[in-house]
Design a protein around this ligand. Structure first.
Ligand code: ADP
Ligand code: MG
Length: 622
């Protein structure tokens, strides 16, 4: 038999290796910006066309490369940053494997112009799919200007795998933001299709956070700072008021490099327990400085995950530092945790004189100043009439629109489920399956009601989402979605990624009855809302839509775009978990829900109703 083992040609090997380092346009940007930083650049400009598909260009004023270095840089394992194995353990720069440029040039067309500041003339190098096409002397400014064109042009399977432009662009923006955070002293610009998304001047870390994410984030920042023999931690955490329900900003860096660290994440989030709602997430921007020899950055090719020598020790220090910062914040003016008694939180620095005891009110809700939180804490009827009004208003007409057909007849095209059967039998009676007095609300979250052959438990928020979703969808399809002009336009401040999404969704949103116009500086004025959500907080509704779109709930085909928007709107106005309901409201909710053809699940597949069967209940007592 002939030999079967063959060595892969270099070009194929490079393409395969590229797959590890370069997954998407954002990974190219990460590598190129890191190289520019390593080259000592103080000004870096990132330019992309078509979310990086057509062009990714990084221009820096760093030290540049000689003619020979420029060529060598694209060879695998060519690096100026380590010379011997030991150096690996003492890294102070970003790159170290000499793999990035080799990988990038294997899957794209490269045009490099570079000049060392003391060289008279620079060099221009053109490479297509690892093959050097030309290199010649070239007059250019000092520094490096690298263009990566037509990424994956020679690997169709990977090119096809790229997500739609808005998603890739949002990844690019996020990557850029991570790089910008670790290099606040660098002047950075990001331009996409001729639109400047970020223009960041050199400044402090805090200024950089404010420039990137806005004053609404920056105003909640509390400093964190601690230095021990094994680690120095500094940066900022957001006060409990700065917590978010979605897309919380959470950043760790180690020695100037972004990292993910679920274990350390826990050390931070634990400190917020009882300070913020259980489904909210704290925000943080924390930098670790450690001896480079005490970390192993090599465990993941994209170098995001990092192993520390003394993880437990650092965990403790981090946890204490965050607690201390929260404690100091509480001692300061302006905050009133209105409980008399509280827990003592141990602080890291025993010598500090400030009062570190955090008085914690278990019912404290950091969102209390915003409308939804008040809803959670107050009885619906007395203090939040608008909720009730909204709630009833949303049902008005809906009852009428729906023919009073007993649900059993409209029911499941997808096969009868035991839940529906259990309910259906008597749902056709005038009074439904339950006796009103037997409905109870549990933890202001679930509704329990007897079903024909058991006990049903309904998630109140999901039930309302489902009802509203069906309603919005029908109104949208029938063209009966009315628009209501806002008396007071609301200003929405967006991240660059969100703004790009907004622009993309613009036609669909307008068709639904939203109207808005750009104010510049990534602020938009919301001037009209669909009638059905007009009484909700406009920025909340829009933010929810953009967050859902970012998370892929809203897709770009016509049909799913419409249903995605309907779902998103339904989620933002549906009655929340934590809101107390009257028996009448619960009755109403159940009867509306059971009119729907498939009441059991939300459009995104979450359970709305669960039934404990009689047998199951009996079994409890066997
Ligand atoms: P690494 O960064 O791991 O060394 P890369 O493939 O990213 O590997 O880069 C290879 C080499 O090319 C670097 O070590 C550096 O010497 C040189 N280089 C890359 N980008 C730049 C740049 N923007 N300015 C100056 N030199 C650069
Ligand atoms: Mg590199």
């Amino acid at each position: 038999m002939s030999d079967v083992i063959r060595l892969l040609p270099d070009s194929v090997a490079n393409q395969i290796a590229a797959g590890e380092v370069i997954q998407r346009p954002a990974s190219v940007i990460k590598e190129l910006v890191e190289n520019a930083v390593d080259a000592g650049a103080t000004i870096i400009e990132v330019i992309v066309t078509d979310a990086g598909r057509t062009l990714i260009q990084v221009v820096d004023n760093g030290r540049g490369m000689s003619e020979t270095d420029a060529r060598l840089a694209f060879e695998r394992h060519a690096t100026s940053k380590i010379a011997k194995a030991d150096d690996l353990f003492n890294l102070h720069t970003m790159g170290f494997r000499g793999e990035a440029l080799a990988s990038i040039c294997a899957v794209a067309q490269i045009n490099l112009r570079t000049r060392q500041y003391d060289a008279e003339i620079g060099t221009r190098l053109i490479i297509n799919g690892s093959k050097v096409e030309s290199q010649e002397p070239f007059a250019c400014s000092a520094g490096t200007n690298l263009m990566v064109k037509n990424l994956f042009y020679n690997v169709p399977a990977r090119r096809k795998f790229l997500k739609k432009d808005s998603v890739e662009l949002s990844n690019i923006v996020k990557e850029f933001e991570r790089m910008a955070l670790v290099n606040p002293e660098v002047d950075l610009t990001l331009t996409s299709n001729d639109t400047v998304l970020h223009r960041l001047l050199p400044g402090t870390f805090k200024q950089r956070i404010a420039d990137l994410f806005g004053q609404s984030v920056a105003k909640h920042l509390l400093p964190v700072s601690t230095t021990t023999s094994i680690v120095k931690i500094d940066g900022f955490i957001a006060s409990p008021e700065g917590a978010r329900h979605r897309n919380a900003l959470q950043y760790f860096t180690v020695n100037g490099r972004h990292m993910r660290h679920p274990y350390f994440h826990k050390a931070v989030t634990m400190c917020y327990e009882r300070l913020i709602a259980s489904d909210a997430q704290p925000q943080y921007f924390l930098n670790f400085t450690v001896d480079p020899a005490s970390i192993d950055v090599n465990i993941h090719p994209t170098k995001n995950e990092i192993k520390f020598e003394d993880e437990n020790g650092i965990w403790q220090i981090l946890n204490a530092a965050v607690r201390e910062s929260l404690g100091r914040f509480n001692a300061g003016p302006g905050m009133d945790f209105d409980a008399p008694a509280g827990f003592d939180i141990p602080v890291f620095n025993p010598d500090a004189t400030a009062d570190h005891n955090v008085n914690i009110d278990p019912t404290y809700n950091p969102f209390a100043s915003s409308a939804p939180a008040q809803q959670q804490r107050q009885p619906v009827r007395e203090k939040q009439p608008s909720i009730t009004r909204d709630w009833e208003r949303l049902y008005e007409g809906f009852m009428g629109e729906t023919p009073a057909v007993p649900p059993v007849m409209e029911m499941p095209s997808d096969g009868p489920s035991p839940v529906i059967e259990g309910l259906a039998g008597s749902a056709s009676d005038t009074d439904g399956v339950y006796e009103p007095s037997s409905i109870i609300q549990v933890r202001n979250k679930y509704i329990m009601a007897p079903a024909v052959s058991g006990l049903m438990v309904i998630d109140q928020h999901r039930a309302h989402v489902k009802i509203l979703y069906e309603k919005f969808l029908r109104m949208g399809a029938g063209g009966s979605m009315q628009s209501q002009t806002l008396l007071f336009p609301e200003v929405l401040s967006l991240s660059a990624a969100r703004e790009a999404l907004l622009v993309e969704l613009q036609p669909a949103l307008r068709a639904m009855g939203f109207d808005f116009s750009p104010l510049g500086n990534r602020s938009w004025s919301i001037t009209a809302m669909p009638d059905v959500v007009a009484e909700s907080n406009p920025t909340e509704v829009m933010s929810r839509i953009l967050a859902d779109s970012e998370a892929g709930v809203i897709k770009d085909t016509d049909e799913s775009l419409r249903s995605g928007l309907a779902l998103s709107m339904a989620r933002s106005v549906a009655i929340k978990s934590g809101v107390k309901l009257s028996v009448k409201e619960m009755e109403h909710l159940i009867s509306e829900l059971l009119r729907l053809p498939t009441p059991n699940y939300t459009p995104d597949g979450l359970a709305v109703i669960r039934v404990l069967s009689d047998t199951e209940i009996d079994n409890f007592f066997k």
